[in-house]
Design a protein around this ligand. Structure first.
Ligand SMILES: *Cc1c(COP(=O)(O)O)cnc(C)c1O
Length: 398
């Protein structure tokens, strides 16, 4: 009797359980590797961080150098520092991003030029970039929104024409590709990935910078750890005692721990499988929601890979529900959602510093008012996804 009772409540619990919009997918392999790290006595940056970096280099390919860091924010900061961004410079990025993309520009005393998005892809509008270029512009930071690649050829052409650097914020784009090339192997100065808890793979907190430039890589490695020059150390190793090191700049503390890297080693192995699952779930959403009065996310162009980090839906212009009503309805059905993003020009800091108004970003405003992100994560079951699909079908066809 008791057994049956327990079973049925457990089932009821599963039926009505809350579905978050994202969830990490961590298995026994990660747990065992972390435990091994803890037992080894070496918990900060060491052999596992090194192994994670070399595995990541192999995964991305095209002889990039990978530099493990404590977050993508740290990686973006290091990349901009290494390309020489300084006070008085301007860097162009999209308003439809997380504040980390822009704040690192301010860390260096440079100014942010936010621009509008392309309404189809929700990626940075290349014509808007052109219009924002001034004599102070030094770099462009494209963000591959939701995991869909930006129009990189157009961005590289602009960068060439105006002699600008390019640092890709690829926090959503692991793994994504553009014209059959992995994001991370293009012509940018540096590309930065995130291993934050809700990203396509996680180390709890963490990030990776990749670059093809040995000079940038060596600057970022020095600045990642207090400005201590390993080169100087290695060069004189034979003559200097083991305790000797030299500080060549006031660097940062952005190294990744071996505890985090231990997770990363196994998450990376699982990444191709994670991508397959995300592609499957995204395709399933698209197939089953396509007849509703909704704007579903653009899929990748031929030759591109979409990482499907996020599945962002927009309401059509004369929708019978507001975005907030849809979010409330889904929340009542125990379905988590999010909004990616409150555009940067709507946040007090960015608004006040640059005197920004919504009419300067008409496409981002339309998107913002109508958008919501529905659950998409690898550990999501088909049954859980059915609950999300059925809730939306019921709301819009009822
Ligand atoms: C998550 C995210 C970041 C920051 O990543 P962290 O690893 O948390 O520092 C930067 N840019 C975008 C677009 C992001 O989504």
């Amino acid at each position: 009797m008791i057994k049956i009772y327990l079973k049925s409540t457990q089932k009821a619990c599963v039926m009505s359980e809350f579905i978050p919009f994202a969830l990490p997918d961590i298995g026994e392999e990660e747990i065992a590797e972390v435990a091994d790290t803890l037992r080894s006595g070496w918990v900060t940056t060491g052999p596992k961080a090194k192994l994670f970096e070399s595995n990541f280099e192999r995964f991305i390919g095209s002889s990039v150098e990978a530099i493990a860091v404590s977050s993508a924010t740290a990686g973006l900061h290091l990349a901009l520092e290494a390309i020489g961004i300084k006070p008085g410079d301007e860097v162009i990025t999209t308003t439809m991003t997380f504040t980390a993309t822009a704040e690192v520009i301010r860390y260096l005393g440079a100014d942010v030029r936010l621009v509008d998005i392309d309404p189809l892809t929700m990626n940075i509008d290349v014509n808007a970039i052109r219009q924002a270029i001034t004599s102070k512009t030094k770099a462009i930071m494209p963000v591959h929104y939701a995991g869909l690649s930006c129009d990189m050829d157009a961005i590289f052409n602009l960068a060439k024409e105006f002699d600008l650097k390019v640092v890709e914020d690829a926090a959503h784009a692991l793994p994504s590709s553009y014209k059959n090339e992995m994001i991370g192997t293009l012509r940018s100065d540096a590309t930065v990935f995130s291993f934050y808890a809700n990203k396509t793979m996680t180390t709890g907190e963490g990030g990776m910078v990749v670059t093809k430039s040995p000079e940038l890589a060596s600057r970022m490695k020095v600045m990642r750890l207090h400005g201590i020059s390993r080169d100087a150390f290695d060069r004189f190793r034979s003559e200097k005692p083991a305790w000797f090191y030299e500080v060549i700049a006031p660097g940062f503390k952005y190294n990744l721990t071996d505890i985090a890297a231990a997770m990363g080693i196994h998450q990376l192995v699982k990444l191709p499988g994670f991508l397959k699952r995300r592609e499957y779930l995204a395709q399933r959403y698209t197939n089953r929601l396509k007849n509703l009065p909704l704007i579903l996310p653009s899929s990748a162009l031929e030759g591109d890979v979409h990482s499907w980090h996020l599945y962002v839906i927009r309401l059509k212009k004369y929708s019978k529900f507001t975005r907030d009503e849809v979010i409330q309805y889904l929340s009542d059905k125990k379905i988590g959602t999010s909004v990616h993003y409150v555009p940067l020009h709507n946040h007090p800091y960015w608004q006040e510093r640059y005197g920004l108004t919504p009419d300067m970003f008409p496409q981002a405003e339309i998107a913002y008012q109508s958008m919501f992100t529905i659950p998409l994560y690898t550990a999501m079951t088909d049954h859980q996804q059915d609950r999300v699909i059925e809730a939306l079908l019921e709301l819009f066809s009822g």
